[in-house]
Design a protein around this ligand. Structure first.
Ligand SMILES: [Zn+2]
Length: 380
Protein backbone atom coordinates (compact mmCIF):
# COMPACT_ATOMS: atom_id res chain seq x y z
CA UNK A 1 0.00 0.00 0.00
CA UNK A 2 2.91 2.31 0.58
CA UNK A 3 4.07 1.62 -2.95
CA UNK A 4 0.69 2.42 -4.38
CA UNK A 5 0.50 5.63 -2.42
CA UNK A 6 3.94 6.73 -3.49
CA UNK A 7 3.28 5.88 -7.12
CA UNK A 8 0.36 8.27 -7.11
CA UNK A 9 2.44 11.21 -5.98
CA UNK A 10 5.71 10.73 -7.84
CA UNK A 11 4.60 12.86 -10.75
CA UNK A 12 4.71 16.03 -8.66
CA UNK A 13 7.88 18.04 -9.14
CA UNK A 14 10.00 18.39 -6.05
CA UNK A 15 12.42 21.32 -5.90
CA UNK A 16 14.80 21.30 -2.98
CA UNK A 17 13.49 22.94 0.19
CA UNK A 18 14.39 26.59 0.74
CA UNK A 19 16.79 25.78 3.53
CA UNK A 20 19.24 24.19 1.12
CA UNK A 21 21.81 26.74 0.09
CA UNK A 22 25.08 24.91 -0.61
CA UNK A 23 25.90 22.97 -3.76
CA UNK A 24 28.46 20.26 -4.34
CA UNK A 25 30.26 21.83 -7.28
CA UNK A 26 33.20 19.51 -7.73
CA UNK A 27 34.41 16.03 -6.92
CA UNK A 28 38.02 14.94 -6.91
CA UNK A 29 39.40 11.41 -6.90
CA UNK A 30 42.73 10.39 -5.37
CA UNK A 31 43.72 6.76 -5.82
CA UNK A 32 46.58 4.99 -4.05
CA UNK A 33 47.55 1.31 -3.95
CA UNK A 34 45.09 0.46 -1.20
CA UNK A 35 42.71 3.39 -0.89
CA UNK A 36 40.51 5.83 -2.73
CA UNK A 37 39.67 9.32 -1.53
CA UNK A 38 36.72 11.16 -2.98
CA UNK A 39 36.62 14.82 -2.10
CA UNK A 40 33.22 16.46 -2.32
CA UNK A 41 33.56 20.23 -2.46
CA UNK A 42 30.67 22.64 -1.96
CA UNK A 43 30.44 26.26 -3.01
CA UNK A 44 29.55 27.16 0.57
CA UNK A 45 29.84 25.31 3.86
CA UNK A 46 28.41 21.82 4.24
CA UNK A 47 26.29 21.96 7.41
CA UNK A 48 26.62 18.29 8.38
CA UNK A 49 27.29 14.79 7.15
CA UNK A 50 26.69 11.34 8.50
CA UNK A 51 29.01 8.40 8.84
CA UNK A 52 28.90 6.52 5.55
CA UNK A 53 26.99 3.26 5.55
CA UNK A 54 28.09 0.19 3.69
CA UNK A 55 25.78 -2.48 2.39
CA UNK A 56 27.55 -5.00 0.17
CA UNK A 57 29.19 -3.07 -2.64
CA UNK A 58 27.04 -0.04 -2.00
CA UNK A 59 28.19 2.87 0.13
CA UNK A 60 25.79 5.58 1.16
CA UNK A 61 27.02 9.01 2.18
CA UNK A 62 24.49 11.51 3.42
CA UNK A 63 25.10 15.26 3.57
CA UNK A 64 22.76 17.78 5.12
CA UNK A 65 21.65 21.03 3.55
CA UNK A 66 23.44 20.49 0.25
CA UNK A 67 22.41 19.71 -3.32
CA UNK A 68 24.43 18.02 -6.00
CA UNK A 69 25.56 20.24 -8.88
CA UNK A 70 28.65 18.49 -10.23
CA UNK A 71 27.90 17.26 -13.74
CA UNK A 72 31.31 15.56 -13.98
CA UNK A 73 30.78 13.12 -11.11
CA UNK A 74 30.46 10.00 -13.28
CA UNK A 75 33.57 10.92 -15.28
CA UNK A 76 35.53 11.66 -12.11
CA UNK A 77 34.73 8.29 -10.54
CA UNK A 78 35.01 6.14 -13.65
CA UNK A 79 38.80 5.49 -13.40
CA UNK A 80 38.19 3.86 -9.98
CA UNK A 81 35.35 1.74 -11.37
CA UNK A 82 32.88 3.47 -9.10
CA UNK A 83 29.41 4.46 -10.17
CA UNK A 84 27.31 6.92 -8.19
CA UNK A 85 23.85 8.36 -7.90
CA UNK A 86 22.90 11.55 -6.11
CA UNK A 87 19.40 12.07 -4.76
CA UNK A 88 17.89 14.80 -2.66
CA UNK A 89 15.73 13.29 0.02
CA UNK A 90 14.15 16.04 2.07
CA UNK A 91 17.00 18.28 3.14
CA UNK A 92 19.55 15.54 2.62
CA UNK A 93 21.78 14.84 -0.32
CA UNK A 94 22.30 11.09 -0.54
CA UNK A 95 25.19 9.70 -2.57
CA UNK A 96 24.98 6.03 -3.33
CA UNK A 97 28.23 4.61 -4.67
CA UNK A 98 28.75 1.18 -6.10
CA UNK A 99 32.38 0.30 -5.45
CA UNK A 100 34.66 -2.64 -6.34
CA UNK A 101 34.34 -5.42 -3.74
CA UNK A 102 37.97 -5.13 -2.60
CA UNK A 103 37.21 -1.90 -0.71
CA UNK A 104 36.22 -3.27 2.68
CA UNK A 105 36.09 -0.13 4.77
CA UNK A 106 34.81 3.39 4.38
CA UNK A 107 34.93 6.53 6.44
CA UNK A 108 34.25 10.22 5.96
CA UNK A 109 35.87 13.30 7.38
CA UNK A 110 35.70 17.01 7.00
CA UNK A 111 38.53 19.05 5.52
CA UNK A 112 37.52 22.63 6.10
CA UNK A 113 33.93 23.87 5.96
CA UNK A 114 33.36 23.18 2.27
CA UNK A 115 34.95 19.74 1.85
CA UNK A 116 33.93 16.28 2.92
CA UNK A 117 36.29 13.45 2.04
CA UNK A 118 35.06 9.90 1.69
CA UNK A 119 37.83 7.33 2.08
CA UNK A 120 37.53 3.77 0.83
CA UNK A 121 40.18 1.29 1.79
CA UNK A 122 41.14 -2.28 0.97
CA UNK A 123 42.54 -2.74 4.46
CA UNK A 124 40.70 -5.06 6.83
CA UNK A 125 37.22 -4.37 8.06
CA UNK A 126 38.08 -3.84 11.72
CA UNK A 127 36.89 -0.26 11.53
CA UNK A 128 33.88 -0.97 9.36
CA UNK A 129 30.62 0.64 10.32
CA UNK A 130 28.39 -1.78 12.16
CA UNK A 131 25.06 -1.31 13.82
CA UNK A 132 26.07 -2.22 17.35
CA UNK A 133 24.34 -1.98 20.69
CA UNK A 134 26.51 0.93 21.75
CA UNK A 135 25.45 4.53 21.31
CA UNK A 136 26.99 6.22 18.27
CA UNK A 137 30.60 7.11 18.95
CA UNK A 138 29.79 10.80 18.90
CA UNK A 139 27.58 10.24 21.94
CA UNK A 140 30.41 8.82 23.97
CA UNK A 141 32.89 11.47 22.89
CA UNK A 142 30.64 14.44 23.51
CA UNK A 143 28.28 13.74 26.34
CA UNK A 144 26.92 17.23 26.73
CA UNK A 145 25.79 17.16 23.14
CA UNK A 146 24.11 13.82 23.62
CA UNK A 147 22.60 14.13 27.07
CA UNK A 148 18.85 13.65 27.03
CA UNK A 149 18.25 17.37 27.41
CA UNK A 150 15.66 17.93 24.67
CA UNK A 151 12.63 15.75 23.97
CA UNK A 152 10.46 16.51 20.96
CA UNK A 153 6.78 15.60 21.08
CA UNK A 154 4.92 15.48 17.80
CA UNK A 155 1.14 15.55 17.99
CA UNK A 156 0.08 13.81 14.78
CA UNK A 157 -1.99 15.66 12.14
CA UNK A 158 -3.65 19.04 12.85
CA UNK A 159 -5.64 21.74 11.11
CA UNK A 160 -6.99 20.65 7.75
CA UNK A 161 -5.49 17.20 8.34
CA UNK A 162 -7.86 15.66 10.91
CA UNK A 163 -6.33 12.19 10.76
CA UNK A 164 -8.63 9.29 11.49
CA UNK A 165 -12.22 9.88 12.57
CA UNK A 166 -13.27 7.77 15.52
CA UNK A 167 -16.27 5.48 15.70
CA UNK A 168 -17.46 7.98 18.33
CA UNK A 169 -16.86 11.00 16.10
CA UNK A 170 -13.61 12.24 17.68
CA UNK A 171 -10.74 13.25 15.44
CA UNK A 172 -7.28 11.83 15.73
CA UNK A 173 -5.74 15.34 15.58
CA UNK A 174 -7.56 16.37 18.77
CA UNK A 175 -6.68 13.20 20.67
CA UNK A 176 -3.00 13.40 19.74
CA UNK A 177 -2.76 17.08 20.74
CA UNK A 178 -4.41 16.44 24.08
CA UNK A 179 -2.10 13.51 24.86
CA UNK A 180 0.93 15.53 23.71
CA UNK A 181 0.05 18.42 26.04
CA UNK A 182 -0.49 16.08 28.96
CA UNK A 183 2.78 14.37 28.14
CA UNK A 184 4.60 17.70 28.10
CA UNK A 185 3.17 18.70 31.49
CA UNK A 186 4.09 15.36 33.06
CA UNK A 187 7.59 15.43 31.56
CA UNK A 188 8.21 18.92 32.91
CA UNK A 189 7.51 17.55 36.38
CA UNK A 190 9.31 14.23 35.99
CA UNK A 191 12.36 15.61 34.17
CA UNK A 192 12.57 19.31 35.10
CA UNK A 193 15.96 19.89 33.48
CA UNK A 194 14.82 18.49 30.15
CA UNK A 195 13.46 20.88 27.54
CA UNK A 196 10.26 19.71 25.89
CA UNK A 197 9.61 20.89 22.34
CA UNK A 198 6.22 20.49 20.65
CA UNK A 199 5.94 20.42 16.87
CA UNK A 200 2.50 21.98 17.28
CA UNK A 201 0.62 23.39 20.26
CA UNK A 202 -2.73 24.07 18.67
CA UNK A 203 -4.98 22.93 15.86
CA UNK A 204 -2.68 23.85 13.00
CA UNK A 205 -1.35 21.85 10.09
CA UNK A 206 2.38 21.16 10.16
CA UNK A 207 3.95 19.47 7.16
CA UNK A 208 5.54 16.10 7.81
CA UNK A 209 9.05 17.17 6.79
CA UNK A 210 8.77 20.23 9.03
CA UNK A 211 8.19 18.08 12.11
CA UNK A 212 11.59 16.38 12.07
CA UNK A 213 13.12 19.66 10.93
CA UNK A 214 11.81 21.28 14.14
CA UNK A 215 13.24 18.36 16.10
CA UNK A 216 16.65 18.68 14.44
CA UNK A 217 16.73 22.47 14.78
CA UNK A 218 16.11 22.12 18.51
CA UNK A 219 18.84 19.49 18.88
CA UNK A 220 16.27 16.97 20.04
CA UNK A 221 17.61 13.79 21.58
CA UNK A 222 14.33 11.93 21.27
CA UNK A 223 11.44 12.31 18.84
CA UNK A 224 8.03 10.84 19.64
CA UNK A 225 5.23 11.12 17.11
CA UNK A 226 1.80 10.40 18.64
CA UNK A 227 -1.06 8.97 16.59
CA UNK A 228 -4.23 6.90 16.73
CA UNK A 229 -4.75 3.82 14.64
CA UNK A 230 -7.83 3.10 12.55
CA UNK A 231 -9.22 0.43 10.27
CA UNK A 232 -10.94 1.23 6.97
CA UNK A 233 -14.31 0.09 8.35
CA UNK A 234 -15.82 0.88 11.72
CA UNK A 235 -16.72 -0.30 14.23
CA UNK A 236 -13.89 -2.78 13.89
CA UNK A 237 -12.66 -5.41 16.36
CA UNK A 238 -8.94 -4.58 15.91
CA UNK A 239 -7.67 -2.86 19.05
CA UNK A 240 -4.53 -2.11 21.01
CA UNK A 241 -1.43 0.05 20.77
CA UNK A 242 1.65 -0.38 18.64
CA UNK A 243 4.94 1.45 18.34
CA UNK A 244 6.73 1.83 15.04
CA UNK A 245 10.31 2.48 14.19
CA UNK A 246 11.36 3.70 10.78
CA UNK A 247 12.13 0.99 8.28
CA UNK A 248 10.45 0.09 5.06
CA UNK A 249 7.38 -1.94 5.96
CA UNK A 250 7.83 -5.67 6.10
CA UNK A 251 4.23 -6.73 6.39
CA UNK A 252 0.89 -5.67 5.02
CA UNK A 253 -0.47 -4.48 8.33
CA UNK A 254 2.49 -2.17 8.98
CA UNK A 255 2.37 -0.94 5.38
CA UNK A 256 -1.33 -0.15 5.81
CA UNK A 257 -0.59 1.98 8.89
CA UNK A 258 2.27 3.76 7.12
CA UNK A 259 0.14 4.44 4.05
CA UNK A 260 -2.60 5.95 6.21
CA UNK A 261 -0.20 8.17 8.16
CA UNK A 262 1.81 9.12 5.08
CA UNK A 263 -1.40 10.23 3.39
CA UNK A 264 -1.01 13.49 5.33
CA UNK A 265 1.24 14.66 2.48
CA UNK A 266 -1.87 15.20 0.39
CA UNK A 267 -2.50 18.33 2.47
CA UNK A 268 0.98 19.67 1.82
CA UNK A 269 2.08 22.13 -0.81
CA UNK A 270 3.05 20.47 -4.07
CA UNK A 271 6.71 21.12 -3.38
CA UNK A 272 6.65 18.81 -0.38
CA UNK A 273 10.03 17.06 -0.25
CA UNK A 274 8.16 13.76 -0.03
CA UNK A 275 6.44 14.27 -3.33
CA UNK A 276 9.20 12.50 -5.20
CA UNK A 277 10.13 9.96 -2.56
CA UNK A 278 10.19 6.49 -4.00
CA UNK A 279 10.31 3.27 -2.02
CA UNK A 280 13.93 2.98 -3.06
CA UNK A 281 14.77 6.41 -1.69
CA UNK A 282 12.93 5.58 1.49
CA UNK A 283 15.20 2.59 1.96
CA UNK A 284 18.26 4.77 1.53
CA UNK A 285 16.88 7.34 3.94
CA UNK A 286 16.26 4.70 6.58
CA UNK A 287 19.76 3.27 6.14
CA UNK A 288 21.07 6.64 7.21
CA UNK A 289 19.19 6.31 10.48
CA UNK A 290 20.76 3.00 11.33
CA UNK A 291 22.84 4.46 14.14
CA UNK A 292 19.61 5.34 15.94
CA UNK A 293 17.74 2.12 15.34
CA UNK A 294 18.93 0.33 18.46
CA UNK A 295 17.94 3.19 20.72
CA UNK A 296 14.66 3.70 18.88
CA UNK A 297 13.85 0.01 19.34
CA UNK A 298 14.67 0.25 23.01
CA UNK A 299 12.36 3.21 23.49
CA UNK A 300 9.66 1.48 21.46
CA UNK A 301 9.78 -1.61 23.63
CA UNK A 302 9.66 0.51 26.81
CA UNK A 303 6.61 2.36 25.50
CA UNK A 304 4.79 -0.88 24.73
CA UNK A 305 5.63 -2.38 28.12
CA UNK A 306 4.70 0.75 30.01
CA UNK A 307 1.37 1.22 28.23
CA UNK A 308 0.56 -2.47 28.72
CA UNK A 309 1.12 -2.03 32.45
CA UNK A 310 -0.40 1.41 32.84
CA UNK A 311 -3.54 1.29 30.71
CA UNK A 312 -6.20 -1.24 29.67
CA UNK A 313 -4.98 -0.94 26.06
CA UNK A 314 -3.63 -4.17 24.64
CA UNK A 315 -0.01 -4.48 23.53
CA UNK A 316 0.26 -5.23 19.80
CA UNK A 317 4.02 -5.00 19.86
CA UNK A 318 6.75 -3.04 18.12
CA UNK A 319 6.69 -2.94 14.35
CA UNK A 320 8.47 -1.19 11.54
CA UNK A 321 7.35 0.69 8.47
CA UNK A 322 8.28 3.60 6.26
CA UNK A 323 6.81 6.64 7.98
CA UNK A 324 7.61 9.93 6.28
CA UNK A 325 7.28 11.84 9.54
CA UNK A 326 10.27 9.95 10.98
CA UNK A 327 12.52 10.34 7.94
CA UNK A 328 15.48 12.58 8.64
CA UNK A 329 15.23 12.69 12.41
CA UNK A 330 18.82 12.97 13.66
CA UNK A 331 17.92 11.30 16.93
CA UNK A 332 16.23 8.13 18.15
CA UNK A 333 12.61 8.30 17.06
CA UNK A 334 9.35 6.40 17.24
CA UNK A 335 5.80 6.69 16.02
CA UNK A 336 3.29 5.57 18.62
CA UNK A 337 -0.22 4.45 17.67
CA UNK A 338 -2.00 4.83 20.99
CA UNK A 339 -5.22 2.95 20.26
CA UNK A 340 -7.74 2.22 17.51
CA UNK A 341 -10.28 4.98 16.94
CA UNK A 342 -12.22 2.49 14.82
CA UNK A 343 -12.72 0.25 17.85
CA UNK A 344 -15.60 1.18 20.16
CA UNK A 345 -13.85 0.40 23.42
CA UNK A 346 -10.41 1.79 22.43
CA UNK A 347 -12.03 4.97 21.08
CA UNK A 348 -14.03 5.56 24.26
CA UNK A 349 -10.92 5.15 26.37
CA UNK A 350 -8.54 7.26 24.31
CA UNK A 351 -11.12 10.06 23.95
CA UNK A 352 -11.56 10.32 27.71
CA UNK A 353 -9.52 12.60 29.95
CA UNK A 354 -8.63 9.61 32.13
CA UNK A 355 -7.47 7.54 29.16
CA UNK A 356 -5.39 10.35 27.73
CA UNK A 357 -3.80 11.06 31.11
CA UNK A 358 -2.97 7.41 31.73
CA UNK A 359 -1.54 7.13 28.24
CA UNK A 360 0.64 10.22 28.76
CA UNK A 361 1.80 8.93 32.16
CA UNK A 362 2.72 5.58 30.61
CA UNK A 363 4.80 7.30 27.94
CA UNK A 364 6.60 9.29 30.64
CA UNK A 365 7.40 6.05 32.47
CA UNK A 366 8.80 4.63 29.26
CA UNK A 367 10.93 7.74 28.69
CA UNK A 368 12.22 7.52 32.27
CA UNK A 369 13.26 3.88 31.72
CA UNK A 370 14.86 4.89 28.45
CA UNK A 371 16.70 7.79 30.12
CA UNK A 372 18.08 5.47 32.78
CA UNK A 373 19.36 2.93 30.28
CA UNK A 374 20.66 5.68 28.01
CA UNK A 375 22.63 7.15 30.92
CA UNK A 376 24.15 3.79 31.75
CA UNK A 377 25.16 3.36 28.10
CA UNK A 378 26.87 6.75 28.09
CA UNK A 379 28.68 5.98 31.31
CA UNK A 380 30.15 2.75 29.99
ZN1 LIG B 1 -1.99 9.55 12.50
Amino acid sequence: MVLILIATITSVASPAPDSISSKIVSTKLIQTADSIEIRFRADRSIPAFQRPERNGNTIVLRLTGVVHADTALATTLAPAHITATADVIRTFLVYRLTVPPSYHTCSARRDGPRDVILTLSTRDASTAVTAGTEPPKAMRNDRSRWSLDVIVIDAGHGGVDAGAEGVNGVYEKDVTLSIAKRLRALLQTAMPTTKVVMTREDDTFVELYRRTQIANENNGKLFISIHCNSMPTKPHPAHGCETYILRPGRNDDAARVAARENASVKFERSQSPYASMTQDQLIVATMAQRSFVQLSEKLASYVQRSVRNGTPIEDRGVSQAGFFVLVGASMPNILFETAFLSNTSDAAYISSARGQQEMAASIVNAISSYAASYRSLLEK
